[in-house]
Structures are given as structure tokens and as C-alpha cells.
Design a protein around this ligand. Structure first.
Ligand code: ATP
Ligand code: MG
Length: 566
């Protein structure tokens, strides 16, 4: 998977099924072999109340992945049952992100709201069968009478209303006669059940808020449990794959399928959600970070959202590779954040073109290099990929190197520039530092150096060795750029463990370098294209760049930065 824009494999051209790889694939293979199903139909069911994050990517890769591998199909279905929290912006972002990840739902874009009329009819069906009732209790009273894990709940005083009264009230709820929160429709199951989800769960609530898709057509909305399984049944989903927290909802999921005249009986399977160290994967908290301004938006490159990850420069293929390596299991675990970075690095090492950029520039003047002379030197674009070819890099008398590649009084193992020391400038020449020029405050502001004309291309003229090769940029040709360095958003691997996620936000998560210097070839870099700045890491041009002001984001450094933090 090297090309991100490559279309997902179509059902006619399925990827090889990876049965034996995980328990979900084993179940599907078993069902197909036994003839339980002729083909597999899955769905990814986001609620459009926020942007997708890396955890959702696991669910997307699993649901779309098995559909591809087994020659079936996967639906994208919006679980849009709460207009108070949902918005078109989120719907658009979710579609964009699933596509970017490389998956295609074809004609199967669905919404729970497409089924509101059917779901309503099924609610009346339950009422007619004496299996649902209108409850007038306040939310607080309902909560108080629900019981606990150890205590049974108590029946509502409204539980024994007649079918006629329930139908009448439900129809009037639909007509808009009642205010938010005054009444709900509940299933009549068992207030003493050991499973709290079966203690007369709420099916419909009154929400007088326009819906992104159905506008003002409705003022009562089904909740997740009443919409989800029935939507699966309407779409003939064969395997309804979700995360473990829905395991307790499964008896209810099945209760609806048993008690309603649904067109098919999907089966729910649960897998462990993705957790990553130093990362929060909860829409509630991510929404809070955006709303309170702890980040610049949903696509802030520090966010674990797909939009943030993309903006940081991570290719979709690296994210898919990460998800694949994490695998699918039923045991909860926390994946090391360093593993994600390693996947990104491994892919970019093969694909990203190399350039030279100096983040914290220190001026170098080559005293014996002719004034006004410019040489175009050959530089290799990607040593890992000979087909990537080479480019020209201008060399001149005045250059920039990194400030921390110079030390006036170096310790023993410092092999880079210091007075009297010779180093190689990559693709260019051997240079020797003759003098460090300082300002009045004693800061080194310029290095005076000489070069060996016989070392052109960076080759030793006589077999003598240098112990360091530095990157550099010609001062007169450099493109000034802002560079944004992203560090982990949290200071601890388990943010929020002490109860306050915001308190664990890393105040140094964003470092802005205002005046980095880039080699001129980088002026042609496209927004989102991954490049390597030699010795520094992988970067990508940000969409905030203008012709006058380039902005680059660091995607990931060249080495594991978490190892240092530990
Ligand atoms: P959050 O907990 O972040 O609010 P959610 O479960 O409420 O997420 P949904 O939009 O309902 O968000 O999720 C859509 C699908 O993505 C669900 O099937 C859910 O199980 C799955 N999903 C959400 N978070 C993760 C995760 N961390 N790992 C794997 N799957 C996830
Ligand atoms: Mg949810």
C-alpha cells in the first residue's frame, strides 16, 4: 500500500482473506464456510458529534477491511439520533476522513435518520404489544428508581398505562405537544434485571432541535440502542462489529430484534477499543480541548484526530499499517505511542524525499570561497529509492548550519564544528572552522571557515577522514520558513489518571521556530507532501502556508522521542 490515493480494493478484486489473523475474521470465515451467510456486510457507525480519531480508524480498518477481504461490502452509517450534539461539519469531516484512509462505501451511505419513520412505526408496534410505555417521571426520578449494580430498580408509577393512553401520548409527543424532558418512551422489560440496560431503557426522548438532515420534521428522537440494531437489521448487516463497552447492550440489541418484525437478524461482536499511551481517545475530551482552546482546532496536528494526523503529514498508509500491527483482540490494552511513530518513520524512510533545512541558523562564511560564486551541487533525493533521482543544491560563500552543530569548547565526543575542527558539508566540501565571531553579549553569531576545493562533492581528496557530516543551506538562496515542532500533547503516558485531563496537557506541546532556512528546492513542496529534512526528521508543508510565508509541520523526528521521556 504505497499510494494513498489508490482506491480501496473493490469487492470484485478482494484482498486475500486473512482468516486465522484474529477472532473476528475467524468468525466470518466460519459463517461463510457453514453457509450462514453468502457474503459479509459490515458497517462503520459514527455519531457525527465530533471528528474521527485514531481509535475510530481501528474500527474503520476492521469493518471496511473484512468487507474487502471477504468480498463483501461495508456501509458508512451515521448514527445521527441526537441533533443537540450533531452537525453538518462533523458529517463532512467524517466522510473526508474515511475516504482519506482509503475506504469506499460505494452507494452505501446511510443514516439512522433515514429510518426515523420505520423506527417510529416499530415503537408503536412495541406499544401495541404492551412492551413499551410513556413515562412522565423526571430524569432525576428515573435515575433514582433505576437501582444499582447490586440493587434492583423500581417500577415507574406510569408503567401500567393502557396501550391506548400510551399510543395517544406517543403520537402527541411526535406532534410536539410536550416540552423537552417532560416524557419519554421506555421499553417495558424488567426493572429487576441484573443487566441495567434491560431495566426499562429509554427508547425515545423529546428534543426540540432541528436535525441536520430531517430539519424540523421530528421533535422526538430514538436513542442509540433503539436505532442501532434496527438500522443494522434494515441494512441486512451480517456482522455488527463494535467495541467492548457495548457488550452489556447486546441483550437489549437482541431483545429488539426478537420483539420487532425486522427484516434480518444481525449479530453483534465486540472487540477491544484502541488505547494509546500519551493520548486521549474520547470525543468528549477532544471536544473540550477544541472548545476551551487548548488546541487550535480539530485538525491541530497535536490532536489524535484523523484530520490532525493528516495535517501533521502522516500518510494514510502509515496509519493503516499501525492499525494492522495493533491487531484485533478482546483484551483491553494500551499501545505504546512510540509504535505509531515507528510506523510513520518506517514508511516515510522509504517514500519521503530528502532535503536540507536549518532550523536554528548560524551563519558560516567560507573565507577562501570566491565572492559571488555559486555552484550547483548534486544531492541524492532518497538513498532508499534510487528511482527518486537527484537534484541541484546551490553552494556559496555564505551558508547556514545548525547552531547546535557548533561548540566553542566541545566535550571529547563532540565531532562537529569547533575552532580548528574539520567537518564535511553534505554533498559539498570539507570545511574547517577558523574562528567564532561573537556579539557584545558574547553569543556566537558567525563562524569564519575555510574550505578544501579538492573535496568537491564531500569526497575526501587524500583519504583523510572527518567525523561529522553536517547539513547546511546557502544563505543567499534560503527560503525563510516557520517550522512547527509538535511534542506529545500530554506530559504523562496515562493522561487524566489523577482525574483531570486538562491538567496533564503538555505546555511544551507546540514549539514554533519562526525563522528556519530551507533549501530552495523546497519551494516546490506541495501541501501535505512528506519530506525529510536531513538529520532532523520528517516534515510537511502546512495548508496555512502562503507564497510569502512557508509553514512546515514536523510529522515525526528521526528517533524515538518517547524513549527520552521515560
Ligand atoms: P468516543 O468514545 O471517542 O466518544 P464513540 O464510541 O462515542 O467514541 P462513535 O462515533 O459512536 O464514537 O464511534 C463509532 C464507532 O467507532 C463505534 O463502533 C465505536 O465502537 C468505534 N470506536 C470508537 N472509539 C474507538 C476506539 N478507541 N477503538 C476502536 N473503536 C472505536
Ligand atoms: Mg458512541
Amino acid at each position: 500500500m504505497s499510494v494513498d490515493s489508490a482506491p480501496a480494493a473493490s469487492p470484485a478484486d478482494p484482498a486475500p482473506a486473512e482468516a486465522g489473523k484474529d477472532f473476528i475474521r475467524d468468525i466470518i470465515q466460519g459463517d461463510l464456510d457453514a453457509g450462514v451467510h453468502q457474503s459479509v456486510v459490515t458497517r462503520f457507525p459514527p455519531e457525527p458529534n465530533g471528528y474521527l480519531h485514531i481509535g475510530h480508524a481501528k474500527s474503520i480498518c476492521l469493518n471496511f477491511g473484512v468487507a474487502q477481504e471477504f468480498g463483501g461490502r461495508c456501509h458508512l452509517r451515521f448514527d445521527d439520533t441526537n441533533p443537540a450534539k450533531e452537525a453538518q461539519e462533523y458529517i463532512d469531516a467524517i466522510e473526508r476522513d474515511v475516504r482519506w484512509l482509503g475506504f469506499d462505501w460505494g452507494t452505501h451511505l446511510h443514516h439512522a435518520s433515514d429510518y426515523f419513520e420505520q423506527l417510529y412505526a416499530w415503537a408503536e408496534h412495541l406499544i401495541g404489544a404492551g412492551k413499551a410505555y410513556i413515562d412522565d417521571q423526571s430524569a432525576d426520578d428515573m435515575r433514582a428508581s433505576r437501582g444499582t449494580l447490586t440493587e434492583p430498580g423500581k417500577n415507574s408509577p406510569f408503567r401500567d398505562r393502557s396501550v391506548d393512553e400510551n399510543l395517544d401520548l406517543f403520537r402527541r409527543m411526535r406532534k410536539g405537544e410536550f416540552a423537552n424532558g417532560t416524557r419519554v418512551l421506555r421499553a417495558k422489560i424488567d426493572m429487576t434485571s441484573g443487566n441495567i440496560n434491560l431495566r426499562d431503557p429509554v427508547l425515545y426522548r423529546i428534543i426540540h432541535t432541528p436535525h441536520p438532515r430531517t430539519g424540523t420534521a421530528w421533535c422526538i428522537y430514538p436513542n442509540y440502542d433503539f436505532a442501532h440494531g434496527q438500522s443494522d437489521a434494515i441494512e441486512h448487516i451480517t456482522h455488527s462489529i463494535c467495541t467492548l463497552e457495548f457488550e452489556d447492550h447486546k441483550p437489549l440489541y437482541e431483545w429488539f430484534l426478537e420483539n420487532l418484525p425486522v427484516p434480518s437478524k444481525p449479530k453483534q461482536y465486540e472487540f477491544a477499543r484502541l488505547n494509546i499511551s500519551y493520548t486521549i481517545l474520547s470525543k468528549r475530551h477532544l471536544t473540550q480541548f477544541v472548545r476551551e482552546g487548548h488546541v487550535t482546532g480539530w485538525d491541530d496536528p497535536r490532536m489524535p484526530t484523523i484530520a490532525g494526523i493528516r495535517r501533521r503529514g502522516v500518510p494514510a498508509a502509515a496509519l493503516r499499517d499501525f492499525i494492522k500491527r495493533v491487531g484485533v483482540a478482546r483484551a483491553n490494552s494500551v499501545v505504546d505511542a512510540a509504535m505509531f511513530d515507528a510506523c510513520v518513520r518506517e514508511l516515510l524512510n522509504k517514500t519521503a524525499a530528502r532535503y536540507m533545512a536549518v532550523l536554528r541558523p548560524l551563519k558560516v562564511v567560507i573565507e577562501n570561497y570566491p565572492e559571488g560564486q555559486v555552484e550547483d551541487l548534486d544531492a541524492v533525493n532518497n538513498p532508499e529509492d534510487p528511482s527518486a533521482g537527484s537534484r541541484k543544491v546551490p553552494f556559496s560563500r555564505e551558508l547556514y548550519v545548525e547552531q547546535d552543530d557548533f561548540m566553542e569548547t566541545p566535550p571529547k565526543k563532540f565531532f562537529r564544528l569547533s575552532p580548528g575542527k574539520e567537518v564535511r558539508l553534505r554533498y559539498a566540501y570539507f570545511i574547517t572552522c577558523r574562528e567564532a565571531v561573537k556579539d557584545a553579549a558574547g553569543n556566537v553569531i558567525e563562524l569564519r571557515c575555510t574550505y578544501d576545493p579538492a573535496s568537491r562533492g564531500g569526497n575526501s581528496p587524500d583519504g583523510r577522514k572527518v567525523q561529522a557530516t553536517l547539513h547546511w543551506v546557502s544563505a543567499g538562496h534560503a527560503i525563510p520558513s516557520e517550522v512547527r515542532i509538535y511534542n506529545p500533547l500530554f506530559t504523562r503516558p496515562d493522561p487524566g489518571a489523577d482525574g483531570d485531563v486538562v491538567a496533564d496537557i503538555n505546555p511544551q506541546s507546540l514549539e514554533i521556530i519562526a525563522d528556519a532556512k530551507l533549501e530552495p528546492a523546497l519551494s516546490a513542496a506541495r501541501i501535505g507532501e512528506a519530506v525529510q529534512f536531513e538529520r532532523l526528521g520528517y516534515f510537511t508543508k502546512d495548508a496555512e502556508s502562503t507564497d510569502a510565508h512557508a509553514v512546515f509541520n514536523r510529522t515525526v523526528g528521526l528517533r524515538d522521542s518517547y524513549a527520552k521521556a521515560k
